[in-house]
Design a protein around this ligand. Sequence first.
Ligand SMILES: NC(=O)N[C@@H](CC(=O)O)C(=O)O
Ligand SMILES: [Zn+2]
Ligand SMILES: [Zn+2]
Length: 448
Amino acid sequence: MTELTAGPTTYVLRGVRPLGGDAVDVVLDAGTVAEITAVGAASADGATVIEAADHVLLPGLVDLHTHLREPGREDAETVASGTRAAAVGGFTAVHAMANTSPVADTAGVVEQVHRLGEQAGWADVFPVGAVTVGLDGERLAELGAMADSAARVRVFSDDGKCVHDPVLMRRALEYVKAFDGVVAQHAQEPRLTDGAQMNEGVVSAQVGLAGWPAVAEEAIIARDVLLAEHVGSRLHVCHLSTAGSVEIIRWAKSRGIDVTAEVTPHHLILTDELARTYDATYKVNPPLRTAADVEAVRDGLADGTIDIVATDHAPHTREDKDCEWGAAAFGMTGLETALSVVQQTMVDTGRLTWADVARVLSTTPARIGRVEAVQGRPIAVGEPANLTLVDPSARRVVDGTSQATASANTPFRDHELPGQVVATFLRGRATVLDGVPVPVHPGVGGAR
Ligand SMILES: NC(=O)N[C@@H](CC(=O)O)C(=O)O
Ligand SMILES: [Zn+2]
Ligand SMILES: [Zn+2]
């Protein structure tokens, strides 16, 4: 392979397979897809050639659900470290959740997060605005001001907490219609999950941890799809995790209700059996469920009931995770392993094609977040070169400590996973080459 550089370069991706289809050469120049030709036909003059035979080319991945922790918990993650992890995972855009400190409930905070993303240069950062002031579930935040701000917020969520008051949820759904926004609900009935530590079921009874019943998720989703229908608004359901939730979304869609839903990579593969280890790495909200639930969410993703995969990347410090289960924080990282988990569970099992992967990890999340003018674009001449180059035949063992994220709470440490993101391009500039992050400002953008 030619020596690779990160500058404003012309790239020829030789013999690559867009969406897993027929091999072509794809030329990236001046930030766009400049040419798509027969293999070997693109001129290599002055270009950096990447030999990409058998590599799959995807539109840059778009995460609708990332926790970046800045402002407030920069010891767990910063906008820079989190978006660097995103780039390593093949993402060119992330939606940054609002449960920071201070909470992203004003135009000032969302603009700050947006600006930090631009400065870091690893990926587009689209801030999510809080639904309620301080995530306290009592008063609506300044949704309109956040929508009109320089951050152009379209996704609103109290994620980490549920908007459980039905009157507030109704008002939020009504309010966001004015600017084509969406409310992304963390569906968790608080009274049914008071003190809950893991999925309620056989395993929770055996290990003696307080259970989080499936109905606590399903009851809120059922209520919210009915509210969305009543108000004629758009609802998005975060990290759906149970078979019953899939059923409700399927029913809501059959009625024409404007609802979308996401599943995380970890809920596609891990089960509550892992709680038997008492290793709090596996403590997450919503909790890991049963094998039957895993099967149901895979079915739901395969048949389109579940629209997208979103990481819910939730970095936490060692102090917050390396402790007794009951005292540990909920959450696991996910940006750097998401595509591999989707490949293992859905592509290598024949349930999704690479074109489907582009849909569930790029095109549809971009559309739900209303950023489809700039992200999740088709791979076509003239389009912005936001692209992810994947080697699906590679296998790698996840190294829990040397990831690009600033936190180490991956549930896939020492797991062997298929697929490797070889390169990521953000408007034609390589943010990752040979699987390694390439800082925009060497020595600055790459710093933790
Ligand atoms: N998923 C988690 O377990 N934790 C998230 C909050 C959330 O997504 O609900 C976090 O912010 O740490
Ligand atoms: Zn959540
Ligand atoms: Zn979350």
